[in-house]
Design a protein around this ligand. Structure first.
Ligand code: HEC
Length: 192
């Protein structure tokens, strides 16, 4: 009688262990599945267009289409130092473009011309100043100026960190120098 009871208890015990094992493995499987799905989603995504994390606001006085330019693709790996003895855009400079590396340099080799809608922004920190004092923009607009590869040139400056940018020069003043690099679509700075 007693041994029968013992057997029953043992059987019950084994059953419990089996059931909890099944439960545990099914949980594991679910977890693993979730992980797999998540991994697939993470690795399977194609590169998204560059989106600023926060809604970007243009610096005062600058057009809205350059808002958040600091988050665009930077062409230069290192800041471009001031040019000794007459710098057209005096200061320490960075050059950004609203395109992805894949678009302008498929297979790692930069292609020219830039596509329609491209905006190239150069910022310059004036010597010994810690705010952007100059913004030069090249904007590619189909049909706007076929003689200069449809680039619109415009430059803005300001003299205080909270001041509004003002236009100081555009197009004709810029063509002379930039025509030197007509073969690479008028843009001096190449993608590093
Ligand atoms: C005296 C020659 C000269 C003139 C004039 C000039 N630039 Fe430039 N620009 C350069 C050089 C050189 C660079 C390369 C980066 C550097 O050293 O500053 C450059 C860079 C730029 C860039 C960054 C893309 C690039 O070509 O590397 C922009 C944008 C730009 N210039 C806009 C303008 C605009 C707008 C004007 C007219 C208002 C203008 N530039 C006038 C010589 C000139």
């Amino acid at each position: 009688m007693q041994s029968k009871k013992l057997n029953l208890n043992m059987l019950l015990g084994i059953a419990m262990v089996l059931i909890s094992c099944m439960f545990f493995t099914s949980c594991m499987e679910e977890e693993q599945l979730e992980e797999l799905v998540q991994n697939a989603q993470e690795t399977g995504t194609t590169p998204e267009p560059i989106e600023p994390e926060e809604p970007a606001v243009a610096l005062p006085g600058l057009p809205e289409d350059v808002a958040g330019y600091e988050q665009w693709l930077k062409l230069n790996a290192e800041p471009i130092p001031p040019v000794e003895g007459g710098d057209p855009h005096l200061g320490t400079k960075n050059v950004y473009v609203n395109q992805t590396r894949e678009t302008i340099a498929p297979n790692g080799q930069q292609q020219f011309p830039y596509p329609d809608g491209s905006i190239v922004v150069k910022e310059a920190f004036r010597p010994n100043k810690d705010y952007v004092g100059l913004i030069a923009i090249m904007r590619k607009v189909a049909g706007i100026d076929p003689e200069h590869n449809d680039w619109e040139f415009i430059e803005y400056t300001r003299n205080a960190p909270d001041a509004e940018f003002r236009v100081i020069a555009s197009d004709g003043i810029c063509w002379g120098c930039h025509a030197q690099v007509e073969d690479i679509d008028y843009v001096f700075t190449e993608l590093d």
